[in-house]
Design a protein around this ligand. Structure first.
Ligand code: NAD
Length: 494
């Protein structure tokens, strides 16, 4: 380890030691009711970096009751007040960008430059929704016969359950907390137990920015069913906003039905990445690197199946392999690292299994293919060529740095292959033919399309999927609507 990285490691330790690791309920940090704690592991070193209060159903109960107590009062605050809280939070997050990035890299593994990028992306949601808070608006019109006025107002839905995954530990939180605060909703928040520290650091920032007592409550736990289940069955929560796997999302939708809760679901993906023979090859390879390697492939938007026209598939595979094999794999806290570890040991075994299955079904390894030696959960960036459509990785999220290239011949064939999945989050299309690009964008059964780009996420855009990838949208002009109820007032014209 170099002197420089030693000092970065020390800064990371210092940043982690500054995080409050309790449960945060009704404006107070404390231990969980049971006093139990769980460990947070650095996936690059396999070392324990912190312990966090392990919340249970009784903590969850107190948290949702705090929401209940303050919801009405919070809903009455002025939009400007809520806007300014979010704007201050944006500034504070950016002031502490380095600290938050160090915490994130330590608990989740993404390289420090990517972690800094996520902090900036996450902060943008706070700024975006600070601007939306004062533009909630409403509508007024006349009935068709002109006899009645229609006045439409918007009100906060009420207490919200927010549950987030480990892969974007800050942005998945701010994408929900931002609009919830802007709309005037109270919050119970459960971050992922693999990466709780970044979210806990955010709590102190939000409190410093002015979020009042009881409005934001956070319980981390290794028993998510107990904590979230308590909120879902409470009869107090009016909304669930979940980002995570489809399996858990479906379970939460079942629970939401008991009290007919508003539900937003950002679930899994199985993104097709389609390159036509007329595409700019270098641009499509760069797009594939971005769409595949962001977050080590651990993204719902990750290119999962790379369909490349047969006439260019071999060249595309070689160029992609050239780029991926030049990436340096290692502890993301060190300078010059492009690819960090996977989040946990279990992920390595799953990915090795998918790669081995594809090879057994005829794929060839163009680069990578194995876990990297030594401590930490590292997998080599991998390109597989001539992947058979019946390989297991075609039908599930790889969630790792593995790019399977599948040759195709005809446009309709690739549309059918791309849509042959229960998921529909994002699709990528590379072509220089404008008509084809738009035709393909319409034909793909997805919520988002990257047309000649490998990156679609942006706070100003409505992020979300169709089919088993989810319900609702986060970000953009519609993001706040997920946290608002419309009320229509009928007034006769006398
Ligand atoms: P996960 O579903 O295992 O966990 C997500 C969250 O749900 C965690 O906080 C977890 O503790 C909690 N959880 C687990 N079981 C629960 C239960 N029974 N009741 C209530 N909560 C429960 O997902 P993950 O492994 O953390 O994240 C990866 C998944 O998230 C992938 O499928 C990925 O595609 C998806 N994801 C989607 C988006 C999107 O915007 N569509 C973004 C990021 C990640």
């Amino acid at each position: 380890m170099t002197n420089q990285s030693t000092s970065v490691a020390e800064q990371a330790t210092l940043a982690i030691s500054s995080v409050n690791t309790g449960v945060f309920i009704d404006g107070e940090w404390g231990e969980s009711a049971s006093g139990a704690r769980f460990e947070v592991i650095n996936p690059a070193t396999e070392g324990i970096i912190a312990t966090v209060a392990n919340g249970d159903a009784s903590d969850a109960r107190r948290a949702i009751e705090a929401c209940n107590r303050v919801q009405k009062q919070w809903a009455k605050t002025s939009p400007r007040e809520r806007s300014e809280i979010l704007r201050r939070a944006y500034d504070l997050v950016m002031d502490r960008q380095e600290q938050l990035a160090l915490i994130m890299t330590s608990e989740m593994g993404k390289p420090l430059p990517e972690a800094r990028g996520e902090v900036a992306y996450a902060a943008e949601f706070l700024r975006w929704f600070s601007e939306e808070a004062v533009r909630i608006g409403g509508d007024t019109t006349l009935t068709g016969d002109g006899k009645n006025r229609i006045i439409v107002t918007k009100e906060p839905v009420g207490p919200c359950v927010l549950v987030t995954p480990w892969n974007f530990p800050l942005a998945m939180g701010t994408r929900k907390i931002g609009p919830a605060i802007a709309a005037g909703c109270t919050i119970v928040f459960k971050p992922a137990d693999l990466t709780p520290l970044t979210s806990l650091a955010l709590v102190d920032i939000l409190v410093e920015a002015g979020v009042p007592k009881g409005v934001l409550n956070v319980v981390c736990t290794t028993a998510p069913g107990d904590v979230v289940g308590t909120w879902m069955s409470s009869g107090i929560a009016r909304k669930i906003s979940f980002t995570g796997s489809t399996a858990v999302g479906v379970r939460l939708l079942e629970q939401a039905s008991e009290h007919v809760m508003r539900s937003s679901m950002e679930l899994g993906g199985n993104a097709p990445f389609i390159v036509f023979a007329d595409a700019d090859l270098d641009r499509s390879v760069d797009g594939a690197v971005a769409a595949k390697m962001r977050n080590m492939g651990e993204a719902c938007t990750a290119a999962n199946r790379l369909f490349v026209h047969r006439s260019i598939a071999a060249e595309f595979g070689r160029k992609l392999a050239d780029k991926l094999s030049q990436l340096s794999v290692g502890n993301g806290i060190n300078p010059g690292i492009d690819v960090g570890p996977l989040v946990e040991e279990r992920a390595l075994a799953k990915i090795q299994g998918l790669v081995d299955d594809a090879i057994a079904k005829g794929a060839t390894v163009t680069c990578g293919g194995q876990r990297a030696q030594g401590a930490g959960y590292f997998f080599q960036p991998t390109v597989l060529s001539e992947v058979s459509p019946d390989s297991e990785l075609m039908s599930q999220e790889i969630f790792g740095p593995v790019a399977p290239v599948i040759p195709f011949d005809e446009e309709q064939e690739v549309i059918d292959l791309a849509n042959d999945t229960p998921w529909g989050l994002v699709g990528y299309v590379f072509t220089q033919d404008v008509d084809r690009g738009l035709r393909m964008s319409e034909a793909l059964e997805v919520g988002m399309v990257g047309l000649n780009t490998g990156i679609v996420s942006n706070p100003a855009a409505p992020f979300g999927g169709v089919k088993s990838s989810g319900l609702g949208r986060e970000g953009g002009r519609v993001g706040i609507d997920e946290f608002l109820e419309y009320k229509y007032i009928a007034v006769p014209r006398t």
